[in-house]
Design a protein around this ligand. Sequence first.
Ligand code: PLP
Length: 221
Amino acid sequence: MEQAVPSSPLEQVRSRIASAAKIAGRKAADVTLIAISKTKPADAIRDLIAQGQRVFGENRVQESQDKWPAILADHPEVELHLVGQLQSNKAEDAVALFDCIHSLDRTSVVDALAKAQDKLDKRVPCFVQVNIGAEEQKGGCPVAELPALLERARAKGVEVIGLMCVPPAQIEAAPFFALLDKLADDNGLAALSMGMSDDLETAVQLGATHVRVGSALFGSR
Ligand SMILES: *Cc1c(COP(=O)(O)O)cnc(C)c1O
């Protein structure tokens, strides 16, 4: 009897994205898979790079500074995104290391990024993180403050390419993804960073251009 070859976690996630894209009449190639490697050792990251993964995300600047320079020296083709909260005092480190920032959420960070970009003469495209469930404890810009924050970013020369959200846990994510899509539309933004290991299909069907997947690729943390 022939035995099915077990597919790798990376193949499984790619195929989940492809199926969801197909259902939605979208191209899988229009969805960027960001492998979230927070807390994972360099070996696990290098292994995924060897399998062909090119875009990675981390949630802490300090951890990334410890882990990534050596990996990027060997793999300059890899793109590194920051998906965790950014403090103004880390803006310069973030601009220096990352290719994209998903957690722009307040004017003080816009200002700090603008200053860091000028100093380092490097522009980093950003997503504005929206506190889509209006959760007290969660990062992200309140929906009502989004237009003002986008205006500030424009005025300061910080490029915003889209919106990002982490919806409330334990409840259906679809309405929150749909709201993020509408907010992006209303504000003329093309990119949507939404969907994680448990809900990436829903996110892709509702227009995600970037999904952020950790545990489904690396195992639980
Ligand atoms: C950890 C993390 C993810 C990945 O979550 P998984 O459930 O492990 O896929 C995505 N986005 C952000 C902002 C994260 O911090």
